[in-house]
Design a protein around this ligand. Structure first.
Ligand code: GLN
Length: 538
């Protein structure tokens, strides 16, 4: 067993005593030493991220590896196996954690300078449950600062993560390190967060499965807040089975999070294998184009998505139809084009509010410069501690929620958010005209783009999320599943969306589709193997 094994395979072998957690850990540490390159760190004056990457080529998925902790956890699993106790359904499985979730005693940066020396005093509920199930945490992985981005480039910890399928391209974001680590064989599961696509988009760019649960399905306790009414915690994994396994363990009520749903958690792994016979799956023409405002002309412009991705979606529909699903083409999502403008307003208001707590007093960074009074300290700390994205989002959030503007922007956006949710309710209504169980569409309008290609254009970067953010507005679950590689060797993906708390339906369709494709994509080989030349996947 090596770094190409899935979580399911690893846990089975460790529980059966066929392999020790320590041996599994060693195999993954060896893999990390070969493909990680330089992990992200704060830039020194004059340092250039591109030069750092050239000097230490690799995936750069991590900010903080947690090797000591991982060793202790692996030893604990092995001790349990030796004592005849059950080490749990994730026994010895190496996982990584997006550095926006807290892990006790571990640095938690949110990808921001303002939290660079923050040591978390407790562990996020989702991670604590995985650890209790036998998972071994390899480390905290890189992300866009405070999850504000779709490419990973905005992190304060450089070099930023790279796409393991093509190191010149971005891994997507904001769960950049999560997707890159999983795709490159540095742990078969990573836990990310999705506020407007941050699990699904990097999963699509890196050719892994990314599941955004229903809002409230997984506790947010220990998640550093971005936009609290959208934030969700979910798995990125190479296989659908591994995503289901992680969700199974993380989901459920939590006394520390009043918004964590108390609904019982179904047996996803069991239901997942039921197939798609009899399911009604919708396709919407509104999912095959993105609509945005041209900044020069102010006109609404429409662009079709990448034709290869469109074909992949239609091929997936054919496959599911062959398996017994009913495909309903032409279903309307009339408010989809408003998803990004609405998100731009609502998320910024929540972000500005949540970012107030970084004041240089309670945690993390404080300006090293001399200060005259509290306000001077506060201004300098925030001015030096925050990168561009938090600053821009605070400004916009303050503006659109100011007394004289909030009716025009914030309250209006909230009303349109409700209309977007109603679009989905109409499609999923069991007594309505469509009676869908699922929607199928693309995850992203394009495959992974190159470094620097979109970065700096905050508006264009955000429009990459148009097909993703609707699920966050509606609160519904969605999953991105790999659909093979294009001619350039870049991953393509399709996305399923389901009604509230119907992750079971998502997993049934995703699993059936993955089976049809012959299983997960192989681990990407970003680096020449030791023998020289490129090593083929398993
Ligand atoms: N691209 C989105 C943004 O920049 C990502 C949000 C998210 O899901 N965290 O806001």
């Amino acid at each position: 067993m090596d770094y190409t094994a899935t979580a399911w395979e690893i846990a089975r072998a460790v529980r059966a005593g066929r392999m020790s957690a320590r041996e599994v850990l060693d195999a993954f540490l060896e893999r990390m030493s070969r493909v990680e390159g330089l992990s992200g760190r704060l830039l020194q004056p004059g340092e250039d991220p591109e030069a750092l990457h050239r000097a230490h080529p690799g995936v750069h998925a991590f900010i903080t590896p947690t090797l000591e902790r991982a060793r202790r956890q692996a030893e604990e699993v092995d001790r349990k196996v030796a004592a005849g106790q059950d080490p749990g359904p994730l026994a010895g499985v190496p996982i990584t954690v997006k550095d926006i979730l807290t892990v006790e005693g571990t640095r938690t940066t949110a990808g921001s300078r303002i939290l660079y020396e923050y040591i978390a005093p407790y562990t996020a509920t989702a991670i604590a449950r995985l650890e209790a199930a036998g998972a071994v945490v390899l480390g905290k992985v890189n992300l866009d600062e405070f999850t504000f981005g779709s490419s990973g480039e905005s992190t304060a910890y450089q070099p930023a993560p790279r796409n393991p399928w093509d190191l010149e391209r971005v891994p997507g974001g904001s769960s950049s390190g999560s997707a890159a680590a999983v795709a490159a064989g540095m742990g078969p599961i990573s836990i990310g967060t999705d506020t407007a696509g941050s699990i699904r988009q990097p999963a699509a760019f890196c050719g892994v499965v990314g599941l955004k649960p229903t809002y409230g399905r997984v506790s947010r306790y220990g998640l550093i807040a971005y936009a609290s009414s959208y934030d969700t915690v979910g798995p990125l994994a190479r296989s659908v089975t591994d995503a289901a396994l992680a969700l199974q363990i993380m989901a459920g009520p939590d006394p520390y999070d009043a918004t964590a749903a108390t609904r019982p958690v179904p047996d996803y792994l069991e239901i997942m294998r039921q197939g798609v016979q009899g399911l009604r799956i919708g396709l919407s023409p509104d999912m095959f184009r993105i609509t945005y405002v041209d900044q020069e002309t102010g006109q609404l412009v429409e662009t079709r998505i990448d034709p290869e991705i469109e074909q992949a979606v239609y091929r997936a529909a054919d496959v599911l139809a062959d398996m017994g699903a009913a495909i309903v083409d032409g279903v309307p999502l009339p408010h989809l084009p408003y998803g990004i403008p609405v998100y731009f307003v609502v998320s910024r208001v929540e972000a500005a509010s949540n970012l107030h707590r970084y004041d240089g007093v309670k945690y993390g960074f404080r300006t090293p410069e001399p200060v005259t009074d509290f306000w001077d300290m506060y201004r300098k700390t925030r001015g030096q501690g925050f990168g561009l994205q938090p600053k821009v989002r605070i400004l916009m959030g303050m503006y659109v929620s100011a007394a004289q503007y909030s009716q025009r922007y914030y309250e209006r956006a909230l009303r349109v958010r409700t209309l977007i949710r109603q679009d989905f309710q109409r499609l999923f209504d069991p007594h309505g005209p469509y009676r869908l169980h699922l929607l199928l569409g693309p995850t992203t309008p394009t495959p992974a783009f190159r470094f620097g290609e979109v970065y700096g254009d905050t508006v264009l970067m955000q429009y990459m999320d148009q097909l993703l953010v609707a699920a966050n507005h509606a609160g519904i679950p969605a999953v991105s599943v790999p659909a093979g590689l294009n001619e350039q060797g870049l991953p393509l993906s399709v996305q399923f969306m389901a009604p509230d708390f119907r992750e079971d339906l998502l997993l049934r369709a995703a699993y059936a589709y993955e089976q049809f494709r012959g299983g997960p994509l192989p681990v990407a080989e970003p680096m020449p193997s030791r023998e020289g030349g490129k090593k083929a996947g398993p």
